[in-house]
Design a protein around this ligand. Structure first.
Ligand code: TYM
Length: 324
C-alpha cells in the first residue's frame, strides 16, 4: 500500500511565501509518491475570533490556493475539515488522552494566548485537534514548516500513548520539515517568521500580491551590514532573501551566490522581485480558473474519500476503548 500524507492550513488571513515554500510546495512534490490528504482546517480557525461571512469565503479561497499551487484533485484528496465530523469526535477522545502539562508547554498557545484568561479553551486544545486530523488518516508523513514541529511531537506522543494503553490503533507519523525553506522569515524583522497575522504588511509577501506591491516590499526589506550576498547564518536578513531567491528560481545555492558576487543590494532586490513576480504570475492566473461549481464538486468528492478513511479509524478507536 502507498504511504500516506496528511497536511493542512488554516483559512485565516492571506497565504504567503512562507506557507508556500515551507509547506504547499512539498505537498505538491510529494503527492505523486504518497496517497495525500490536504485539508482546509476551518475548525482550527475558530480558536481565535472569526467573522462568519469572511471565514466562509476564506475557506473556499484556500481550496483555490491549494489547486493553483498544484495540488492535483485527481491524485490528492482536498477537503474541508468540518465536512468530516470525525475530526471533532476523535479530538474529544484525544482530549482525554492528552495531559494538561503537555499542552501547557506548547509554545503556540503561549504566543497566541498570551497568558490571558480570555483565551479560548479551543486555543489550548488546538494541538489535540491537529493530532486528531493526522491520526484519523493513519498518516505516515506530515509535510509542515518548522513552526509545527512541536505539535507533531505531541501527535506522536498521543499516538504512542493510545497504542500502549488500548492496543495498536494508530500509525505514528513522522514530520517532513524541508531542509531549506522550513522557516521563511519576516522581511522587516528577520528574527521573526513570516506570518499571516503580522501587522506590518511589508513583512510578508502574499501569494496574491501584485507586481508593484512585491517590488515595493522587497525595496523596504531590511538588510544586514556589509555588502556580501551569501548564505551566512550571522546575516539573517540577506540569507532569508537569498533563500527565497534560491527556492523560487530553482538555482543551486552556489550558483545564486556566484550570480550576485560583486553586485549590490539594490540589484539583488530587483532581481528577487522579478523572480517572485514571474513565479506568482501563473499561480495567480490559476487561482481564478475554478468556478464555484467545479470547486464544490472537488470538495464534495474529497470529503467522501476522507470520510471513508476517517470513519474506519474512529470505529476502531471506539471499539478499543469500549465506547459503543
Ligand atoms: P498554518 O495555516 O499556520 O500554515 C500552513 C503551513 O505553512 C507553514 N508555515 C511556514 N513555513 C515556512 N516559513 C514560514 N514563515 C511559515 N509560516 C507558516 C506551516 O508550518 C504550515 O505547515 N496548525 C497548522 C494547520 C494544521 C495542520 C494540521 C498541519 C491543522 N491540522 C495537521 C498539518 C497537519 C497551521 O496553523 O498551519
Amino acid at each position: 500500500m502507498r504511504k500516506r500524507i496528511f497536511s493542512g492550513a488554516q483559512p485565516t488571513g492571506e497565504l504567503h511565501l512562507g506557507n508556500y515554500l515551507g509547506a504547499l510546495k512539498n505537498w505538491v512534490a510529494l503527492q505523486t509518491e504518497y496517497e495525500s490528504f490536504y485539508c482546509i482546517v476551518n475548525l482550527h480557525a475558530i480558536t481565535l475570533p472569526q467573522d462568519p461571512a469572511t471565514l466562509r469565503q476564506k475557506t473556499l479561497d484556500l481550496a483555490r490556493i491549494y489547486l493553483a499551487a498544484g495540488v492535483d484533485p485527481e491524485r490528492s484528496t482536498i477537503f474541508i475539515q468540518s465536512d468530516v465530523p470525525e475530526h471533532a469526535e476523535l479530538a474529544w477522545v484525544l482530549n482525554c488522552v492528552a495531559r494538561m502539562g503537555e499542552l501547557e508547554r506548547m509554545t503556540q498557545f503561549k504566543d497566541k494566548g498570551k497568558g490571558e484568561e480570555r483565551a479560548s479553551v479551543g486555543l489550548f486544545t488546538y494541538p489535540v485537534l491537529m493530532a486528531s486530523d493526522i491520526l484519523l488518516y493513519q498518516t505516515d508523513l506530515v509535510p509542515v514548516g518548522q513552526d509545527q514541529k512541536q505539535h507533531l511531537e505531541l501527535t506522536r506522543d498521543l499516538a504512542e500513548r493510545f497504542n500502549r494503553d488500548f492496543g495498536e490503533t494508530f500509525v505514528v507519523p513522522d514530520p517532513y520539515i524541508p531542509p531549506v525553506g522550513a522557516a521563511i522569515m519576516s522581511l522587516k524583522e528577520p528574527e521573526k517568521k513570516m506570518s499571516k497575522s503580522d501587522e506590518n504588511l511589508n513583512s510578508t509577501i502574499f501569494l496574491l500580491d501584485d507586481a508593484d506591491t512585491i517590488t515595493k516590499k522587497y525595496k523596504k526589506a531590511v538588510t544586514d551590514s556589509g555588502t556580501e550576498i551569501t548564505f551566512d547564518g550571522s546575516r539573517p536578513a540577506i540569507s532569508n532573501l537569498l533563500t527565497i531567491y534560491h527556492l523560487l528560481s530553482g538555482k543551486p545555492t552556489k550558483d545564486c551566490e556566484a550570480h550576485f558576487e560583486g553586485k549590490g543590494y539594490g540589484d539583488f532586490k530587483s532581481e528577487l522581485a522579478e523572480v517572485t513576480i514571474e513565479f506568482l504570475k501563473p499561480f495567480q492566473e490559476r487561482v481564478r480558473e475554478y468556478d464555484d461549481d467545479s470547486l464544490e464538486a472537488i470538495l464534495k468528492s474529497g470529503a467522501e474519500k476522507a470520510s471513508a478513511v476517517a470513519s474506519e479509524t474512529l470505529k476502531n478507536v471506539y471499539q478499543s476503548m469500549g465506547i459503543r
